[in-house]
Ligand binder design. Structure first.
Ligand SMILES: *Cc1c(COP(=O)(O)O)cnc(C)c1O
Length: 381
């Protein structure tokens, strides 16, 4: 099946009791057994739920995996992945990680004796120099948030092959429509389905996908043992959102490209971060591992002035000032005070995350209106 068919059909079948074409929301906590242990595969809804089963099969197909395990949020999915590790283990990750992921690693798992190193691992020599006997996992985000650096997933996987190190890719920014890390050698893919997969800014949800049966079994154990499971209505919303994933992401990417070009020409804009530009350092890798260049665009104003950034941030009307990304509506954000507020200022300045950096999540509105909205806001600077 091709991608545009999988989003609609993979894992989905008519409801066996009624023939309903839409997967029902099985709003139940438990399932009646005919005799002790005699049942249809469902015993208790923390362990399994039919709405969740369909979504898990669908997500596994979208990422070319065998198993998907759903969680109540992207961070809950990450939490279970990090629980695969033991005290003393080491993780190497990118240095402009999503703020919530950075916080989970440093503030929560740090105190259980897991060591995290954050570095520019797009440089494979640098990555290799950081690997020790204790390294158990490489955590990759690409394109990165909010600097939109691109990391060569295959090169990272090749560098740690046969070393007993897992590669986990947070594929939230790209979505499975643009990029499939398991095909490039990754062991685990994690999504905040809150973003492109759900796509309508109406649900918090997360998932892990793998084709490693052993890791899948460990994650299923954790899903049930720890219990951060999504409700059936949330699973339904993600499943419904996914049906238009390919159409939404394609349009959003087309809009983002036009907006990036517009901003690059604007006199008040100092720099545009967009992997679709041939002079972007990750352009060639993006061309190789992504189907399009994504719908996230970051840009900086001249002079590192938070005050000027604030004028733009409160000057748009179609771009709503809000955390999150990946919905049908366009959002504008200020990483330094919003998504990346938990990262120390010196750390973020080192990677170019200035006080005046602005991040756009480009939606699927008419692009002419979006550009006019940005133009009016930039006039206020
Ligand atoms: C939002 C996000 C997360 C966290 O997901 P939640 O669903 O909000 O818990 C993780 N990684 C990235 C890249 C994100 O954008």
């Amino acid at each position: 099946m091709k991608f545009g068919t999988k989003v609609i059909h993979a894992g989905v079948r008519p409801d066996p009791s009624t023939g309903a074409i839409m997967t029902p929301i099985y709003q139940t906590s438990t399932y009646v057994q005919e005799a002790p242990g005699v049942h249809k595969g469902y015993e208790y809804a923390r362990t399994q739920n039919p709405t969740r089963t369909v979504l898990e099969e669908n997500l596994a197909a979208l990422e070319n995996g065998t198993d998907a395990i759903c969680f109540s949020s992207g961070l809950a999915a990450m939490d279970s992945i990090l629980k695969l590790l033991n005290p003393g283990d080491e993780v190497i990750s990118t240095d402009d990680l999503y703020g919530g992921s950075y916080r989970l690693m440093t503030k929560v798992f740090g105190k259980y004796g897991i060591k995290f190193t954050f570095a520019g691992i797009g440089d494979i020599k640098k990555l290799e120099s950081l690997i020790t006997q204790k390294t158990k996992m490489i955590w990759v985000e690409t394109p990165t948030n909010p600097m939109l650096n691109v990391i060569d997933i295959k090169a990272v996987c090749d560098a740690v092959k046969d070393k007993g190190i897992f590669v986990c890719v947070d594929n939230t920014f790209a979505s499975p429509f643009l990029q499939n890390p398991l095909d490039l050698g990754a062991d685990l893919v994690v999504h905040s389905a809150t973003k492109y997969l759900g796509g309508h800014s109406d649900v918090i949800h997360g998932a892990v996908i793998t084709k490693n049966k052993d890791l899948a079994a460990q994650l299923r154990f954790l899903q049930n043992a720890v219990g951060a499971v999504p409700g059936p209505q949330d699973c339904f919303l993600v499943l419904r959102g996914i049906k238009t994933l390919h159409l939404r992401v394609e349009r959003a990417c087309q809009n983002a490209e036009k907006i990036a070009r517009y901003l690059a020409e604007h006199p008040k804009v100092a720099k545009v971060y967009y992997p679709g530009f041939p002079n972007h350092p990750g352009h060639e890798v993006a061309k190789k591992q992504m189907r399009m260049f994504g719908a996230m665009v970051s840009f900086d104003l001249h002079g590192n002035s938070e005050e000027n950034a604030r004028k733009v941030l409160s000057g748009t009307h179609l771009f709503s000032l809000a955390e999150s990304l990946g919905g049908v509506e366009s959002l504008i954000g200020h990483p330094a005070s919003m998504t990346h507020g938990s990262i120390p200022r010196e750390e973020r300045l080192k990677v170019g995350l200035t006080d005046s950096l602005i991040r756009l999540s480009v939606g699927i509105e008419d692009v002419d209106d979006l550009i006019a909205d940005l133009a009016a806001a930039l006039d206020k600077v």
